[in-house]
Ligand binder design. Structure first.
Ligand code: BGP
Length: 492
């Protein structure tokens, strides 16, 4: 009963939200380094400053479209949260010691592509960058923490975005292939758990993938998707070839989706939304080909994807070893949504669920939805699963004595872990690991804020960059320590 022996308990971060050192040690710029902070509670988007093809300067919101030919740049007078972030680059030893103290036996982190290849496609890799991660992985092993490495987490090299339209171009896939070969070779024996592309299902815009015209030009969006799939399949194939012990998974933002009502039209609406939003990506990466509903959609839209010879075979060969996903919330979908209140979520919007409450950022809190997901995913693919992001973004108050009493976060964690336990014990799903998001405070991906904190470890930094970056343990740190050290048995 309960969690299996050897269950992976951990935490998760991404380089561009955590590392800082944005041009230290030979690192080049990623698109993420050109995105300002925003304000999620008041709906103010993060911004990207651009130089248009005719030389004029402008800016767009991070969800908006970047026009063809525009180049993003770093404005010296603007504050960019990724530049220092919460400074793992200078705190990694101290942080990994804290992770070990919390009882983690796995740590999900991403490699910043531009730390290894500053432009994305350089002739030779940057040794200082390679060495940095090697030191980090060795430090993890010192404490028996397995690194779980995301190869690509929202950090398209700026050069590839500006000059090649990011993942729309085959050049980016070729550069990615070389990057994969380099890191699989260098970290052989140090890393065995890998994720190819973070949240591959919400990745067609400029911020994530350097894609210009991602809304008005459907061809661009579909071509980018195809290239991401090819990139993921290449990563799996190369990873297995270099070391057959590598265990390589996909990563999908997999919120739970429900029909708003039992009206069959709402049910059908949910099926279509779920296909587009999430299943399409799992279907391709677990089975190795486009599902029928996508083939029909492309036919209807008159979109023809440009493929290279051998791509289709590659997709089949490069299917993943396991399914990983982020889970924060659920939403409902209706055929006639006009009168129903909209809710926010992890990069997607849906409709309110009258049975559930939401976080301060409007993300619906739904622990049972996690069990629903685990069942649906396992029914569909029968692959081992990891939940590689989950958690509550909230504003924390530091008391006079320095303590942070985040009981709301403890409640969220307890309820979700309980549902995982039920899914294992009652439903028999093959869940092998859990790495809550931002177990140490990091910059928010969606809003660029610091005050939207997920951590069990607090970092002293605010939305304007003030703070001494010191670390402290929140109340939830001790709760998670108890959970991890009891292998998920002690949840009180
Ligand atoms: C996912 C990302 C993470 C992370 C998380 C929380 O989309 O993979 O990078 O940030 O969501 O989202 P946010 O930071 O917007 O609260």
């Amino acid at each position: 009963m309960g969690f299996p022996k050897g269950f992976l308990w951990g935490g998760a971060t991404a380089a561009n939200q955590y590392e800082g050192g944005y041009i230290s040690g030979g690192k080049g710029l990623a698109v993420a380094d050109t995105i300002t902070g925003g304000d999620g509670i008041h709906g103010i988007q993060r911004k990207i400053y651009l130089e248009l093809a005719d030389g004029t300067k402008t800016s767009v919101g991070n969800r908006e479209e970047v026009p063809a030919g525009a180049k993003a740049y770093v404005d010296p007078d603007v504050y960019y949260p990724s530049h220092v972030a919460t400074d793992f680059y200078h705190h990694w030893k101290e942080d990994i010691a804290l992770f070990a103290e919390m009882g983690m036996n796995v740590y999900r982190l991403s490699i910043n592509w531009t730390r290894i290849f500053p432009h994305g496609d350089d002739e030779v890799p940057n040794e200082e960058g390679l060495q940095f991660y090697e030191d980090v992985f060795k430090e993890c092993h010192k404490y028996n923490i397995e690194p779980l490495v995301t190869i690509y987490h929202f950090d398209c090299p700026l050069y590839l975005a500006n000059e090649y339209d990011g993942w729309v171009s085959r050049h980016t896939v070729d550069a990615f292939e070389k990057y994969c070969r380099t890191i699989f070779t260098r970290y052989k024996g140090l890393v065995k758990y890998w994720l190819t592309i973070n949240e591959i299902n919400i990745n067609t815009n400029f911020m994530m993938n350097g894609v210009h015209e991602h809304i008005s030009n459907k061809q661009n969006a579909e071509q980018c998707r195809w290239h991401l799939f090819v990139g993921s399949a290449l990563a799996v194939t190369i990873g297995h070839e270099i070391d057959p012990n590598n265990f390589i998974g996909l990563m999908i933002a997999h919120g739970a989706t429900y029909p708003y009502s039992c009206n069959p039209e709402d049910v059908m609406c949910e099926i279509e939304t779920a296909h587009t939003q999430k299943w399409f990506y799992g279907d391709v990466l677990c089975r190795g080909y486009y599902p029928a509903y996508k083939v029909k959609e492309l036919e209807r839209e008159g979109i023809v994807i440009h493929k290279e010879p051998g791509d289709d075979e590659l997709l089949k060969k490069g299917v993943v070893d396991f399914y990983s996903f982020s889970y924060y919330s659920s939403a409902t979908y209706a055929a006639h949504p006009e009168q129903i209140k909209q809710v926010e979520g992890n990069q997607v919007r849906g409709l309110q669920n009258p049975y559930l409450k939401a976080s301060e950022w409007g993300w619906t809190v739904d622990p049972v939805g996690l069990r629903v997901n685990l069942n649906q995913i396992y029914d569909r693919y029968q692959l081992p699963m990891m939940i590689v992001e989950n958690g509550l973004g909230a504003i924390d108050k530091v008391e006079e004595d320095g303590s942070i009493n985040d009981d709301y976060r403890i409640d969220y964690m307890r309820e979700h872990i309980l549902q995982m336990k039920k899914a294992i014990e009652i439903d028999g799903v093959d869940l092998i690991g859990y790495t809550p998001w931002g177990h140490i405070d990091v910059v928010s991906a969606g809003t660029g804020e610091m005050r939207k904190r997920y951590g069990f470890i607090y970092v002293d930094k605010d939305d304007d960059g003030n703070g001494d970056l010191s670390r402290s343990r929140k109340k939830s740190f001790f709760y998670m320590q108890k959970v991890y050290k009891s292998n998920g048995e002690d949840l009180d």
